[in-house]
Design a protein around this ligand. Structure first.
Ligand code: FSX
Ligand code: SF4
Ligand code: F3S
Length: 393
């Protein structure tokens, strides 16, 4: 990637107007590295990073109307706390944020007037970003803004939008406010607005997935490819379990059984604590959160994934129930093919090496066998140190 960045710096040096660095609050090098990273995240071919850099610098800034319905505002929070490069700055550079219910300094009639003025001035061209679920029960009385129900507001704003983005699990499919017994009848944007909707689930969603989607739209005039649930494929096409750093422990039958036990403190697999990584599609282990370094994602910090990006799992399945094991596929980065002190090839590695469905089924059977074992490491002597107060022998 470094060569690409160097090349781009050469190419774009003459094109970036003076003051760009000051305006972006980033050095030219960091900005271009960011563009290269974004192109890689989106899975774009070589050269796309230059197109991204040009479109950010050219400031083809679409107007954005950002609604807040039933939610916790964590989606906006997660954008604002990211750093390196400061994602909030980039978002504000990329789009013209004409209405945002929590970031707006104005309130009441003033804010409503700004929304209407911007919608009229940018009719058919603005992006509508919806954060939060649509509360529909009892005529929508549980979520009203400016005297209008969430449904009325959504339909009014979506009607003249160029595109609608449902940001977060609440907006994508109801999320946390729609958890049973769902007293306010919360549901996702696409259940109410019948036009096309891009869903970026997660509670909160990863800000880079949102930013990459917007960057793609601004650069190429269309959204990246979506899956059958309206989610950008670049972010939601792999199971978390495929890229989890604890996967070798899963494959070798080393599981934490309780929070704080030896296995948990040793970083073993969290499957038995209810981790939903095996049935949840998202790029959390690769993209991470908060720019705080390696391991900064739920499983990395020792908590099982609750499946927050997955409809029917997050906020619906009990947090500590066992996940359904969907497939046995190879992680993108697999640290060990043959375990150091092992007797042979690890289970997922067997599937990779065989590369066939039939063998993968065999691997699944071996995996199921491992799941039936205790959480002692398959190939290692039991720990003898005082570090093992849970009787792991
Ligand atoms: Fe929902 Fe976002 Fe979770 Fe919270 O707004 S996706 S509750 S992080 O804030 O909508
Ligand atoms: Fe990681 Fe969870 Fe899969 Fe274990 S079950 S490997 S913790 S994603
Ligand atoms: Fe959510 Fe699981 Fe990622 S809980 S943030 S999908 S690791």
């Amino acid at each position: 990637m470094r060569d690409g960045v160097e090349q781009m710096i050469q190419q774009l040096n003459g094109e970036m107007p003076a003051g760009t660095e000051r305006e972006l609050g980033l050095s030219r090098r960091v900005f271009l590295q960011f563009c290269a990273g974004m192109a890689a995240t989106l899975g774009l071919p070589a050269g796309a990073e230059a197109a991204i850099a040009r479109s950010i610098v050219a400031k083809r800034r679409p107007s954005v109307i950002w609604l807040h319905l039933s939610e916790c505002t964590g989606c906006t929070e997660s954008m604002l706390i990211s750093e390196h490069p400061a994602i909030d700055k980039l978002i504000l550079e990329l789009v013209s944020l004409d209405y945002h219910e929590t970031l707006f300094a104005g309130a009441g009639k003033q804010a409503e007037a700004a929304r209407k003025a911007s919608m009229a001035a940018n009719k058919g061209k603005y992006l509508l970003v919806v954060e939060g679920a649509v509360s529909t029960k009892d005529g929508g009385i549980y979520c009203k803004i400016g005297g209008r129900t969430a449904t009325e507001l959504l339909n009014e704003c979506a009607k003249d939008a160029a595109a609608v983005i449902a940001l977060g699990s609440c907006a994508s499919w109801g999320g946390m406010p729609s958890a049973q017994p769902n007293p306010t009848g919360c549901t996702g944007v696409s259940e109410v607005w019948k036009g096309p909707v891009v869903n970026i689930p997660g509670c909160p969603p990863n800000p880079y997935n949102f930013l990459s989607t917007v960057v793609h739209y601004i650069t190429f005039g269309r959204f990246p490819d979506l899956d059958n649930q309206g989610r950008p494929k670049f972010a939601y096409s792999r199971l978390i379990h495929e890229n989890c750093e604890r996967r070798p422990h899963f494959d070798n039958g080393r599981f934490a059984e309780e929070f704080g036990d030896f296995g948990h403190r040793s970083g073993w697999c969290l499957y038995r604590l209810g981790c939903k990584g095996p049935e949840t599609y998202a790029n959390c282990p690769a993209v991470l959160f908060g720019d705080a370094g390696g391991g900064c994602w739920p499983v990395g910090t020792g908590h099982p994934c609750i499946g927050c990006t997955e409809r029917g799992i997050g906020f619906e399945k009990p947090i500590h129930s066992l996940a359904e094991l969907k497939f046995v596929t190879s992680p993108a980065f697999y640290p060990h093919i043959v375990e150091e002190q092992g007797k042979g090839v690890s289970v997922a590695a067997a599937a990779v090496l065989a590369g066939g469905v039939g063998i993968a089924i065999g691997a699944a059977a071996a995996m199921a066998k491992n799941l039936g074992k205790g959480s002692k490491p398959e190939n290692k002597p039991a720990p003898k140190s005082e570090d093992s107060p849970d009787g792991e022998e």
